[in-house]
Write a protein that binds this ligand. Structure first.
Ligand code: PLP
Length: 461
């Protein structure tokens, strides 16, 4: 942890105390905070780093949850927002349009593959997924196939928390508290190649989708939703040819393919849209987060001309929307953000540097607790195991003690923000801003190695 800059506030408020009293933090165990375990309060960001209220500096190895891809503190984005506030602060895109929404829709259509030309703005990832599910159902209904309502997703995948998106999310603990969910969510195995039996062709993971569609009855299935690289579980990459086979299966059964790129788009895997990395053509892309480098909330569902066509006929409309979606300031920031990507060739940088980033992580494999290193682009995970040979995992209280009792706190204490996660088997995930380079890779290594070595000593011996 370094303490270069102080990040105080001018409010005079006891932020720690007020946060505990009033701020309901998301996915957080609010009862776990006390004077010993304080809420981390982040007050400032610049480039790949953020500072807390005590002036401590951290390497933001998670880009603020896969969001701030262009790095923190981009004045270009602040300036674009300020210019837009002066020109047009707000107008809805319900029955009206405004220049920035039009320009951004046109820009997104130019960046997506094939005929993904229709851009439906949202305010975030779950709204994008929700919109994609509703469009899939509605599209089939308009073609006289109203029975096609089910959505096939993968186990342990996260697609958002609204009730529709949650029915696609494959994480039992997130679903069970809120059941009954929107009906129709069906799950198939994910592409966890580390735990896939050596003697079985990984392409059975694609065939599992075919089997599930047939089991449900193709006339009842609307869409398959998949992330290019699955986040939850720890950066599961697809086997070669997986998406090509899934595309064939979807076409065979008149089922739509949704590429959920809430994380994987915007250079995270070295391309504007990650389906391009794996060479497949989805019917819908859902995205959010780094579309604006998270400087303002914005998401989008981008659909093919084919899907939008029925809604352009006669009096038809897609009866769905959100007041703030396509907000002029968010659209102006997104346009400026994409300009940064292009000017600085952030996608090219990721492709050029992902090998070096990965090689740094691979050097940690000698630590007994490191079972696997996997991922793509600037989106990598380290899976932690009890035994490298047998791949025995940490479960229950052991996983709890390892991740929450030690790793999260210790990595943070030493100045690295990353994700220690056990929605599947325990992993540490790293997804730094795309401006990161050798210096930040080394810094990550210098924090990860001693912490993982200590964890290893504590847990394995
Ligand atoms: N889909 C994927 C793949 C995600 O990773 C996320 C969030 O991390 C979502 C959807 C939901 O996005 P949001 O939190 O913006 O609603």
């Amino acid at each position: 942890m370094s303490t270069e800059t102080s990040g105080g506030t001018a409010t005079g408020m006891d932020l720690q105390d007020e946060a505990r009293k009033h701020l309901w933090m998301h996915f957080s165990r609010m009862g776990g905070y006390d004077d010993e375990h304080q809420i981390p309060i982040i007050t400032r960001g610049e480039g790949a780093y953020v500072w807390d209220d005590k002036g401590n500096r951290y390497l933001d190895g998670l880009s603020g949850l896969f969001c701030v891809n262009a790095g923190h503190g981009r004045t270009e984005l602040a300036e674009a927002a300020a210019r837009q506030y002066e020109e047009l602060d707000f107008f809805v895109i319900w029955s009206y349009a405004h220049p920035r929404a039009i320009e951004l829709a046109s820009k997104l259509a130019s960046l997506t593959p094939g005929d993904l030309n229709k851009v439906f703005f949202t305010n975030g990832g779950a709204e994008s997924v929700e919109s994609a599910i509703k469009l899939s159902r509605n599209y089939h209904r308009m073609r006289g196939k109203g029975q096609k309502t089910k959505i096939i997703a993968r186990e342990v995948a996260y697609h958002g928390t609204t009730l529709g998106a949650l029915s696609a999310t494959g994480i039992t603990e997130l679903r069970s508290q809120f059941e009954p969910l929107a009906p129709g969510g069906c799950h198939v195995p994910n592409t966890n190649l580390y735990r896939h039996p050596d003697d079985r062709d990984p392409m059975i993971l694609a065939e599992a989708i075919d089997e599930r569609i047939c089991f449900e009855g193709p006339e009842t299935v609307a869409a398959v939703i998949l992330e290019p690289v699955q986040n939850a579980g720890g950066c599961f990459v697809p086997p070669d040819g997986y998406f090509q086979r899934v595309r064939e299966i979807c076409d065979e059964h008149d089922v739509l393919l949704i590429s959920d790129e809430v994380i994987c788009a915007w250079g995270r895997l070295g391309h504007f849209f990650a389906c391009d990395r794996f060479g497949y053509q989805p019917d819908i892309i859902t995205t959010a987060k780094a579309l604006t480098s998270a400087n303002v909330p914005m998401g989008a569902m981008i659909a093919s001309d084919k899907l939008a066509a029925p809604f352009a006929e006669g009096n038809n409309s897609f009866a769905h929307g959100f007041t703030f979606a396509g907000h002029p300031v968010a659209a102006a920031v997104a346009l400026a953000n994409i300009e940064i990507y292009e000017k600085e060739d952030l996608c090219g940088h990721v492709l050029a540097k992902e090998g070096e980033f990965r090689a740094m992580l691979e050097t940690l494999r000698d630590i007994p607790i490191v079972g696997d290193v996997r991922g793509a682009g600037f989106f990598q995970a380290i899976e932690l195991v009890k035994d490298q040979g047998t791949k025995e995992t940490f479960e229950g209280m052991e996983a709890e003690n390892l991740l929450r009792g030690f790793l999260s706190q210790e990595l943070y204490r030493r100045g690295l923000i990353c994700r220690a996660d056990d929605r599947g088997d325990p992993v540490i995930q790293l997804a730094p801003p795309l401006i990161c380079d050798t210096e930040q890779f080394q810094e990550m290594h210098d924090i990860l190695r001693p912490v993982l070595e200590e964890a290893s000593t504590r847990m394995v011996n």
